[in-house]
Design a protein around this ligand. Structure first.
Ligand code: GLN
Length: 249
């Protein structure tokens, strides 16, 4: 069994170390002897699922988002939506997350169409509003296990995301999240995840990395299980960040 990571617009959408998400998935698979291939999917290139896939769509500035919106609005966007509808594993961060919704309006008033994986839209900040910047702590309910978990990351966005008929990924414990007002962070539908958390997200939150890996592998083998890794260093980094954030809860 081989896992394929499809890195969407790898050279354009890679803010605040989002490439670390690719590295984290690859390493946690390699440590368990699971082969991984990374495929970069650039402008004009289609997505080609293999059956055991994770699609990663990192963050980028308005300029990059505008440059790729056309490319996404064609068959690539349709294919990605179909993959999400079918329970495929997709993670979008910040600028990528915004384009997984219905639309993203830039501060110049340009309305970029999104892929429509999530029923949400993103509005620009008003001139008197600040960008939403800083470390974030989010409480996430995990439907697979019924557990409550926390994730940490770093956000820096002007856009304010408003959820329609879509579940948030979690609730903000400290930081801003989707819009700094309603306490929601990110979105989740089946195995499609959107979040404002850079950081990189997955190295900081190894349980979430494993959840993405397991969901992808279970598409080919229902009984697949992941062997536990020694996450002592990751756990202590998480604990240190979570306690720094505790004062802001
Ligand atoms: N350009 C978007 C915003 O500022 C996304 C930025 C990002 O990906 N960090 O809202």
């Amino acid at each position: 069994m081989k896992l394929t990571i499809h890195h969407l617009y790898a050279d354009m959408m890679n803010l605040y170390g989002d490439r670390g998400n690719v590295i984290s998935i690859r390493k946690r698979c390699e440590w368990r002897g699971i082969p991984v291939e990374v495929v970069d999917v650039g402008l004009g290139e289609g997505v080609k699922p293999t059956g055991c896939d994770i699609f990663l769509f990192g963050g980028g500035q308005d300029r990059e988002q505008a440059l790729l919106a056309d490319d996404l609005s064609g068959s690539k966007g349709v294919d990605l939506r179909a993959i999400a509808d079918d329970g495929g594993v997709i993670l979008g961060v910040c600028g990528g997350y915004q384009l997984m919704g219905n639309s993203y309006e830039t501060p110049d008033g340009e309305k970029l169409p999104g892929v429509g994986i999530f029923d949400l839209h993103t509005e620009p900040r008003n001139p008197d509003e600040e960008r939403l910047i800083g470390n974030v702590l989010v409480r996430v309910r995990v439907p697979e296990t019924g557990e409550e978990r926390e994730i940490v990351g770093f956000e820096n966005h002007g856009g304010r995301t408003r959820l329609g008929d879509t579940e948030p990924l979690g609730e903000v414990v400290a930081g801003f999240g989707n819009n700094g007002e309603d306490g929601t962070e990110g979105a989740r539908r089946l195995h499609a995840y959107g979040t404002y958390l850079h950081g990189s997200l997955l190295p900081k939150n190894p349980w979430l990395t494993d959840q993405l890996i397991l969901s992808a592998l279970r598409r080919v083998d229902d009984d697949f299980d992941l062997e536990a890794l020694d996450d002592a260093a990751e756990r202590s980094a998480f604990a240190s960040m979570a306690s720094r954030m505790a004062g802001r809860r």
